[in-house]
Structure formats: structure tokens, C-alpha cells
Design a protein around this ligand. Sequence first.
Ligand code: UD1
Ligand code: CA
Length: 469
Amino acid sequence: MEICAVVMAAGKSTRMKSNHSKVVFQVAGKPIIKWVSDALFEAGCSDQVYVVGDQQEEIRNILGEHVAYAFQEKRLGTGHAVMQAAPFLEGRDGYVIVLPGDCPMVTSETIRKAIDMTAEGGYAATVVSAVAEDPAGYGRLVRDENGNVIKIVEHRDCTEEELKIREINSSMYVFSTPLLLSALGRLGAENAQKEYYLTDTIGILIGDGHKVGVAICDFDDTRGINDRKQLYEATKLMNRRIIARHMAEGVQFLDMNSTWVHHQVKIGRDTVILPGSTLMGETVIGENCIIGENTRLDNVTVGDDTTIDSSIASHSVIGSDCRIGPFSHIRPDTVIKDHVTIGAYVEVKNSKIDEYTRARHLTYVGDSTVGKNVNFGCGTITCNFDGQDKVGCTIEDNVFIGGNSNIVSSVVLGKDSYIAAGSTITEDVPPLGLGIGRSKQVNKEEWVAKKSRMRGANYIRLDDKRSEV
Ligand code: UD1
Ligand code: CA
């Protein structure tokens, strides 16, 4: 059976109040139009044509050249949009799926159901409908006393009686390709919007004596996105769908209202996702981890048994049994091996951190290579900018760095060496050596008492009175 698809995506997205086509907006990390395209591929339809308008560039950038395009110069309605795809349809037998480009919730099951219904029932077309809580704005399915559909009427063209109908047109259809072409040729624009309505093809085909089927599906699966509120609602629904899928696989979520998971994220069983967390891109999390609260992982791979608390990480790899956060920032191209601790207010960028290394607080590691079992004292900084380039340091296994040290660009801290607290290290430290880079301490006896006398103040020792008068 020959199956192809026409996707209508030339609309102006007026209600979105945006400079972009509404179909390129992201829902759970995937552009709306890509959701539609993927559902078609999944349903077994790879022969797809997209009706595009002025904003075609951004749509082509997403879908690429695996699909075909038809240009609609003037937006004269959905019927007119499909007419632009006529050259793609002419001479074909079989069926054509027609979908709006703005329905990311559509599933391959819904598409398959409509195709099977059309083929098995010998229908000229099948309309996918749904029962809406609030049908305002949608086209209504008008049925006769026997329950057979006779036409679709747009909201603005409805009579008082028709406005009461809650069964709506989803704008998804399957047509017999030759019959759709014959009906398109006869569309007029005598309606409230002076547009060529695709919906009128249904009445025309019935008038020709053909049978039209209706595939009723869940309203949520048909949701079209016309404005920001509908975008918000669809995003929320999609998120719930994705989270429910992870729950079924053994992942625990505490709050699906404040947790956002992109569609291709993978999470191992017994991992717990705490509120306020966002998992983006191709993030992969192992088993038995605790993520959150308030953590954002964007294209991050995490091993098993790792905790990431209130932190941000992107384009990096974090090993197993690590403790990250609270308030850590793991920037791109970082690789953290197993059993590592990255603590409060620690930033790591483009660095390799080997096993059992600890940076528990207030540290910056940039463009550096860090060995196993290294201890970063609080306030350690790699000064990775040599004035011209970003060049980090090499810190070998078992190095102990005292607090508040600066390790300057290109320096190598040899295996098992020590760095005295408060040092600025500008030269390599040999293995097993001690690097001290700070001025020697000088104590000035009675300095405070003398200073007080100079100011005319009477300094009283602590053990006398505990105050300065
Ligand atoms: C359409 C249906 C309505 C249905 C609703 C479901 C018609 C006349 N109405 O109304 O029965 O209940 O969808 O969401 O079909 N488009 C073009 N070129 C155009 C006009 C539209 O490509 O000239 C595209 C849009 O980009 C969009 C799709 O067609 O992706 C549907 O258009 P839209 O304006 O959203 O139609 P609705 O008013 O929602
Ligand atoms: Ca719409």
C-alpha cells in the first residue's frame, strides 16, 4: 500500500506573537515539527512533504533534505496549503496522511489507526476526532441521526446548535490520494475567513457518495499549538508522558510538576530525581543515583550511585560513586572519574579529574589534568589564562594542595607533592617535594599597643578589662 504524508506548516503563527514559526518551538527538547515527522516515520511513512511559507529556512534546518517541501506563497487556508502539495500527490495511488505541523502530541498509533480504518472500511477519508472539554476555536464534526459524519464546520461558521458539539476535528486525516485531489479542485472560499478550508473536502467527498470514517482519539494526543498557553500545556503533558515512561522503568520522581525531562534522556533504575531538576539533551544517568533538588544536567553522562545536589553540569562525564554539590558548576568537556567529590562552589571546566580526588569547597579547576587522590584545599584556583591562551596545570596523583593556593598556567605538580597553604605556584614542584610560594611571615611585637598609644587611646589588656577605651 502506497502511503505518503502532507504536513501543513506554512502558517504565520500570528497567535504565538513570535518572530519564528510556531512549529520550530521546542517541546521536551525536540522541535514541534520534528515530533510530527518522527511520528510519521514511526508509523511507517517516510515519504513526507512539508508545505512551508516564508519561514521555511528554520523548518528545513530541522528536517533536512530527507523530506520534500512545497512552497505556499499566500496563506489562503489549509485547503490551499494542501493544494500546493498537489504536484507531489499527482499520479499516486493509495493513501495520504494529512497533518498540521503544530501537533507534537500525535502518536504513531493514532496515525496507524486512521490508516487501517480507511483501508479496512473502504473509506474515501478518515478524520481523526476527539471530544474536547472546551471545543471553542475548533472545527466541529456534524453527524446525522444515524451517527454518520456529514461535514466539518469551522467554529466561526457554526450555528448556535453546532456550537454545542464537543466532538472536534483534530486536523489530522487520512485520504485516498486520488479522491483528495478531486475534492481539492472543487474547494471554494465562501466562509467567515474567506479561506480555502481543507475541512470542506469531507463534505464534498460525502456529497460524491463516498464513505468517510472517524477515528476518535484522546483529546490530549490531538492538541494543536497556536499560542504560548497551548505550548505550555502541551509541554507539560509531554513531560508527564516522558516521566511516566521512566517511572514504569523503575525511576522515582518526587514532583513531576517541577521536574523537566527531555525526550531522549535515559535514567537507570532506582535513581531518584528530586524536585526542581531539569534533565536535558542526551543526558544518561546510571542506576541508584540521587539527582537534585534543583539540578540541571545538559548532555551529561553519570555513572551509578552518584549524588548531584543543587548543581549545574553540561556536556561532561561524571563517574560512579561521586558526590557533586551543593552548588557545583561542571562546565563543558569535563571528565570526572569514579569516587570523586566536587563540593560547594566548585567550578570545573574542560578538565580531567581522576579517581578519589576531592575538591570540597570554593575551588576552580580549568583546562587541567588532575590525577588520583588529589586534595584541593578550600579556595584553590588554577590560573588557567596565561595572558594569551587558556592553559591549565597538571596535578599528578596524591598531590595535597593547602587552602587558598594559586596554581599558575602550565605548572606541573609532581606525584605525592605538597603545596603550602596560601601559595602562588609559578614553577613545577618535583614529586614528593613541598612547594611554598608566599612571603615569609613577620611578627611585630606590641604593634597594636603602640598604635593605640599613638592615637591617644588607652589600651587595656584583655586580661585587665577586655576593651579599648
Ligand atoms: C484547523 C481546522 C479545524 C481544526 C483545527 C485543529 C481548518 C479550516 N480548520 O483550524 O477544523 O479543529 O485545525 O487544530 O482546516 N496552514 C498552512 N497554510 C495556511 C493555513 C494554515 O500551512 O494557509 C497550516 C498552519 O501552519 C497549521 C495548520 O495548517 O500548522 C492548521 O492551521 P491553523 O491556522 O492552526 O488552523 P486552525 O484555525 O487551528
Ligand atoms: Ca491549529
